[in-house]
Write a new protein. Structure first.
Length: 328
């Protein structure tokens, strides 16, 4: 058995997806053991983030090193790769920026930022739908109809008097968008619109998984710059939810949709890579197909990560009234 049969290191991300593997520290590297036999090591230096799936045993020393080196670690569990938890490194020490964030949450700044994020998201949706029109001229009527609906909605975004009306407007755009987006997939995908818990088809399964990983990458970016991920502007406060991360993910959702569409269109992933639970029809990636997904995600995320980081930095700068000293 080779080391790469159960771990993957790609572009700074360490993926561990094999049950019964044990992780121990070996100097400045993580050693992997299977049935007390050392299978290989990975140096800590190149690792920036880690994703651990399933029943993996770790020494406390491994957790200490991951945290000390600011390696954000996401834990996923079960066949559907549900989010189980996250290990954070050291947080940014500047409390002044967070204080300003709390203050601005209660001002018109919240509506201004929310309107900008949603407008950017809707503009990206239109851009993606227009790309689909060129690719799927047979579905141009449905796609163009959605474009026109969202263009009408965009014109109203900055006129909304409060967050509730903005959310209602964005919901209408989402309904039109997913109706059109689902039309470009073969009926064999059984994708009829956005279904979250549980995902009922391969498209929704891949959307949910990618949104989840993106969300926690955004959480880490937020924490590293010194903001509070739980206090958002567009998403209301909900116990245990990183509402600010939800806010900042919004304009990048169409990028995820494009990534998922491309993965299926180019047959990088197929329907046969997914399976369903008989009890509730929940759809998820087969274990042997997850490595393919991780490779695809990392290749895509390498290009996207600077954009995610810049989005967070721009928000921090505006919260700090243009001062770089609050988070540099």
């Amino acid at each position: 058995m080779t080391l790469l049969s159960f771990i993957l290191v790609k572009m700074g991300t360490l993926y561990i997806d094999r049950k019964d593997i044990e992780l121990r520290m070996d100097g400045r590297a993580i050693a992997f053991y299977l049935k007390e036999q050392k299978e290989g090591i990975v140096p800590l230096g190149p690792i920036k983030r880690a994703i651990i799936v399933g029943n993996v045993r770790l020494e406390a020393a491994v957790l200490h090193k991951l945290a000390f080196n600011n390696i954000s670690t996401i834990f996923l569990s079960g066949k559907r790769l549900r989010f189980a938890g996250v290990l954070h490194g050291r947080f940014h020490k500047n409390g002044i920026l967070r204080l300003k964030q709390y203050e601005k949450k209660l001002t018109s700044f919240a509506l201004t930022i929310s309107s900008e994020l949603i407008k950017k998201k809707l503009e990206k949706k239109i851009e993606f739908l227009k790309e689909l029109i060129e690719l799927r001229k047979d579905m141009s009527f449905e796609l163009l109809k959605a474009v026109q609906t969202i263009e009408t909605i965009i014109a109203q975004v900055e006129e909304q008097p409060n967050l509730e009306s903005l959310r209602g407007l964005e919901g209408s755009a989402a309904s039109a968008y997913f109706k059109a987006f689902s039309s470009v997939f073969s009926p064999s995908f059984e994708f009829r619109g956005r279904v979250r818990r549980p995902a009922s088809d391969p498209v929704n399964a891949l959307l949910s998984l990618t949104y989840t990983i993106l969300h926690f990458e955004m959480v880490r970016n937020i924490e590293c710059i010194g903001l509070d991920p739980f206090i958002g502007f567009y998403h209301s406060f909900e116990y245990g939810r990183e509402s600010l991360a939800c806010d900042l993910v919004e304009p990048f959702r169409p990028d995820v949709d494009r990534f998922v569409y491309k993965a299926f269109k180019e047959e990088q992933l197929r329907i046969t890579d997914f399976t369903k639970e008989s009890c509730n029809d929940a759809c998820y990636l087969k274990k042997n197909s997850r490595k393919k997904y991780f490779f695809l995600y990392e290749s895509w995320a390498k290009i996207q990560r600077p954009l995610w980081e810049e989005e967070v930095r721009n928000l921090a700068r505006r919260i700090g009234d243009g001062s770089n000293t609050l988070f540099d």
